[in-house]
Design a protein around this ligand. Structure first.
Ligand code: SF4
Length: 101
């Protein structure tokens, strides 16, 4: 066997079971790594929350303060643009009462 044959043999071995190479764009293996495609959950630590409302200003479509200054998460699961707003809300909270999981 010469070097060229070795390369062909290795190439054939690499193709065995290699579905990724043959998967169409957007196949299942790509979905799990799609940027911005993950649903994330907004979690509130009610005991920490002091009702500043800065998070509401950052993401008014996702959360609001009620009449008693209790934060209500209106959209608990977010992705895409809403995820970016939720991340901003987490960042501005002065007492770290919000997180994304
Ligand atoms: S910014 Fe933080 S402390 Fe203020 S309402 Fe939002 S979660 Fe609560």
């Amino acid at each position: 066997m010469n070097a060229t044959n070795d390369i062909y043999a290795l190439d054939a071995l690499c193709d065995l079971g290699n579905t990724r190479k043959e998967s169409p764009v957007g196949g299942p293996w790509q979905d799990s790594t799609r940027v911005g495609g993950h649903l994330m959950r907004i979690e509130l630590d009610q005991a920490r929350c002091e009702g500043h409302g800065l998070c509401e200003e950052a993401a008014p479509n996702l959360m609001h303060l009620d009449d008693d200054a209790e934060l209500i998460i209106d959209v608990p699961e977010v992705e895409g643009d809403d995820l970016a707003k939720a991340q901003a809300a987490v960042r501005v909270c002065p007492v770290a009462a919000l997180r994304l999981a």
